[in-house]
Each structure stands twice: as C-alpha cells, then as structure tokens.
Design a protein around this ligand. Structure first.
Ligand code: AMP
Ligand code: MG
Length: 472
C-alpha cells in the first residue's frame, strides 16, 4: 500500500507574500503513534504502511502533490499587538477536498524551524501533541467545530522545555488555518491588495454566500458565536484566545493550555501564563467580541469610505453579544431538558449555575445526572439543588421527552485534565494504552459506557493538575 493524498492546494496559488515556502525538517527516528483512519477516509486519503506513514507524518518525506509552506500572520496576544507571528513550527502540506465536498488543510505541527520561528526551535514535545490529538478529536465527537487530528508521530529527538522531553509531530486538519491575525498582518502593513485577495479567498472558501468584507464579518461573527456557545455548554476553556488563535472558519484551533472544567466556577482559568484571568471561562464571550472587533478593524482598511464602513462594522460587532446569548440559551435550555422557550428560562439556568458554583458541583456530572436522584450529591449542600429542582420540575410539565433531550445535550465523558496529564505521563514512559483508551471512550461522549466510569470521575485531591503551561 502506498500513501496517497489527493492534494489540491489553493493557498499555494495565492501570491508569495502570504507565506514562505518551507519543507518540514527531517527528524532522527520517525515512529507512527496514531493514524486516524476515519478522518483519512473523509479526506480521501489512501493510507500507506506504518513505516511510510511514519516518514510522511514526521516530515521526513514530502508526500506527492504537497507544496509545503509556512503561513504568515500576526495577532494580538493577551491584548498586545505582535506585528509578526506566522507558522513558527508548522508547515501546511496542502489541501484535499473531502467526500463531503469540504476543502481542508493538512498541516504538520512541530515540523521544524521556519522563517517565522523567531527564538523558537520549531518543535513540539509529545505532551502537547497528544493533548491536542485527544482533545480536538473529543471536541469533534461532542459536536463542536474544531480542527482535527489525522496523525501523531514520534521524532526520536529530544526537545528542551522545562527539561528534556521526547519530540513529536501532530498532523492537524482544519477547514483552513485562516485566522483573524491573517487579516491583521496585511491591514497593519497597508498591503491593501493582499487584504482584498485574502477577503475574496476567505469568502470563496468558507462563506460563498457572503457579500463583500462586511458579509464576511457577519458570517465569521455568526460562526464564532456558535462556537463560543458550544464551548460554554461543555465547560471548555480555550486558554489562549489571542487573535492569531481565532479561526475565520469558526473552528476551535490551537489547543494549548486548554482544559475542561471539573467543578463549576465562572472564573476558572487554566493557563499558568494567564495571570489576569483574561481568558477565564466566563470571559470567553466578551473576548470573542473583542477579537471580532479586531477583524472588523482590519477589514475596514480596504474601504474608500471609511466612515460608512466603520458604521456598518460597528453595528455587526455590536450585535454579537445578543447572538451569542441566544445560542447559549438554546444550548443550556437543552441541557436542562427544555425545548420550548419561556420567560424565566435564563433566570432558571443562571440560578442553577450560581448554586453549582457555590457548591463545587462538577459541571459535566451535574448536568448528566439532572433528573435522577444522584444530581443532588454533586452539591456540597444538596438542599441547594433540591430547592432549585422544585421550580425546574414544575417547568418540565408539558415538555415532551426531557430525559432524551438532556442525554443528547449533556455528555457523560469529557477529556478531563487530570486524565490527560496521566495519559501524557504514561506516553513519556512509552505506554500509549491510556492515549488509545481515551480516544476510544471520548469518541462516544453521549453514550453511557459502564466500563469507563473511572473516566467520569473528577480528580481526587492529589490528582488535580496544578499548572497547565503553555509549554508547547
Ligand atoms: P501558539 O501560542 O502556539 O498559538 O503560538 C504563538 C506563536 O508562536 C506562533 O507564531 C507559533 O508558530 C510560535 N511558536 C510557538 N512555539 C514555537 C516553537 N517551539 N518554535 C517556533 N515557533 C513557535
Ligand atoms: Mg497559535
């Protein structure tokens, strides 16, 4: 069997101001850790044997038809503009059009230095590669838009982080790697032709029905609003919502120090570099609006009549909080078994969340248990749940099949942070059993899986992950 990827590379046909041609840098001892056969089928890839795929997905060979390149972008990091970022340790191999007609990027991450590496080594270590593999595939199974993982490979090389770590490469698949920062870099440099070309490209690729830059802005707003509501509904905290990590296609991208909450608290932060809590759980909707405003600012540069453009863009951005709120309400209604909208729903959901925060209730397990007798056990003071439950039970009258609605909206399984850490520790010792088990279980997050009940448990005190470093 020979690995065959039917590449059709639209980004490589854009002007060379958009990227630097860059081949992946070969590594010492490639070894395939995982290959996602389901995703490969969607991408119309014919798999090769393990050795051939190890070479390709570690970057030692460039598959036929690939045109490897590192993309240019910039972005606001923690609110400060960085005029040049770009793929510092990734190369886009090219794109395929899937069996579903959707065009997707295939990118190697951790594939060696590029002209955008700055001080970095261009590499990734095994931990973040496996974290992104598991969490992105789990996110997909949860039904939330995300980049995906096609393969992971060991490099047989050491990467220096907090200490010497085993190196690895992730093969990432995305509807595109266009970011808010991709627009910002051309706007900031006054490269208006490139900005127009990029706008046209993004519309063609993602939102063909959108009209002009303002149509694009509206479409990105709607996609991002859906995305953030999706995150909120499963207790996900991205951790680094910089504009360079904000996808134009509306997918979750760049899994760094991300995590799912165990016990619910709106101020939860995971990234140890996010000292101000800028990207805390409950701030994510506000940050999404801020990021959209940066996209608007970039897009506006291409208009002759700036005043009119500013006015229209402002209106588009200002509508985002309400749109997000509507998406949020729809998701949380389902989470408590409601299909009909009624006045007071928002208050009922907020009341539950407040009680959960006051009682260290586990976010995932509380919602999953709603309606059965064990829900109250999630609360340090079970009476706090009982009180809420009375009003809720009354509200459920007239709902058709709340248990069914809730089972489809409340996952039993999320990639819990302590399980991810334990999985990484095992992998560093050469044991990939926990990695494969997590992937198997998390592929069916809404199904009861009695054999995997250990993966539903929140961390015991000594299992709590103390710091999630950006250490990528
Ligand atoms: P991230 O926080 O992973 O989204 O990365 C922010 C920027 O730093 C991007 O431009 C990355 O390509 C770059 N970067 C991150 N890690 C490395 C590394 N090890 N070597 C080179 N560039 C890196
Ligand atoms: Mg990034």
């Amino acid at each position: 069997m020979t690995l065959m990827i039917p590449f059709d590379n639209s980004y490589a046909r854009l002007p060379d101001t958009f990227y630097a041609r860059q081949a992946p840098v070969p590594v010492r001892a490639p070894r395939l850790i995982a290959f996602n056969a389901d995703l490969a089928r969607l991408l119309q890839i014919s798999p090769g044997d393990a050795e051939e795929m190890a070479l390709a997905f570690a970057g030692n060979t460039v598959p036929e038809g690939a045109q490897p390149l590192a993309q240019l972008y910039s972005g606001h990091q923690f609110g400060n503009y960085n005029p040049q970022l770009g793929d510092g340790r990734a190369v886009l191999l090219g794109e395929t059009v899937g069996t579903d007609g959707v065009r997707r990027d295939i990118q190697l991450k951790g594939s060696g230095p590029t002209p955008f590496s700055r001080q970095g080594d261009g590499r990734a270590w095994l931990g973040p590669v496996l974290r992104e593999y598991v969490v992105s595939e789990a996110m997909h199974a949860l039904g939330i838009p995300t980049t995906r993982a096609l393969a992971a490979a060991e490099t047989g090389e050491i990467v220096l982080r907090e200490g010497p770590m085993p190196g690895a490469v992730l093969t990432r698949v995305a509807q595109s790697h266009l970011r808010v920062g991709t627009f910002q870099v051309f706007a900031a440099r006054g490269k208006l032709d490139n900005l127009r070309q990029l706008t046209e490209y993004a519309i063609q690729r993602h939102y063909p029905q959108a009209e002009g830059p303002m149509g694009l802005l509206r479409a990105v707003r709607d996609a991002q609003a859906r995305l953030i509501a999706g995150w909120m509904g499963v207790g996900f905290i991205h951790g680094v919502m910089n504009t360079d990590n904000s996808s134009i296609a509306g997918e979750t991208i760049d899994y760094g120090p991300c995590a799912f909450m165990d016990s619910y608290h709106p101020n939860t932060v995971f990234s140890s570099i996010d000292r101000m809590g800028r990207y805390a759980y409950a701030n994510q909707p506000d940050i999404a609006v801020w990021n959209l405003a940066q996209l608007a600012t970039a897009l506006i540069q291409q208009f002759e009549d700036k005043e009119a453009a500013v006015e229209e863009a402002t209106e588009i951005v200002h509508a985002m909080p309400d749109l997000m709120q509507a998406q949020w309400l729809q998701r949380f209604r389902a989470k408590i078994g409601l299909t009909r909208a009624e006045d007071g729903d928002l208050e009922m959901i907020s009341d539950l969340l407040t009680r959960m925060a006051q009682n260290q209730a586990d976010f995932t397990n509380t919602f999953r248990a709603l309606g059965d007798a064990s829900a109250r056990d999630q609360f340090t003071d079970p009476a706090a749940y009982d009180e809420w439950s009375k009003g809720w039970q009354a509200r459920l009258d007239g709902e058709e099949a709340p248990a069914k609605v809730m089972a489809a909206a409340n996952p039993a399984f999320i990639p819990r942070n302590h399980r991810i850490e334990q999985m990484i520790e095992a992998a560093v010792q050469g044991d990939y059993t926990p990695f494969h088990r997590l992937n198997d279980v998390l592929a069916r997050p809404y199904e009861d899986q009695p054999d995997a009940s250990d993966l539903m448990r929140p961390p015991a005190e000594q299992e709590v992950v103390q710091a999630t470093f950006c250490g990528t």
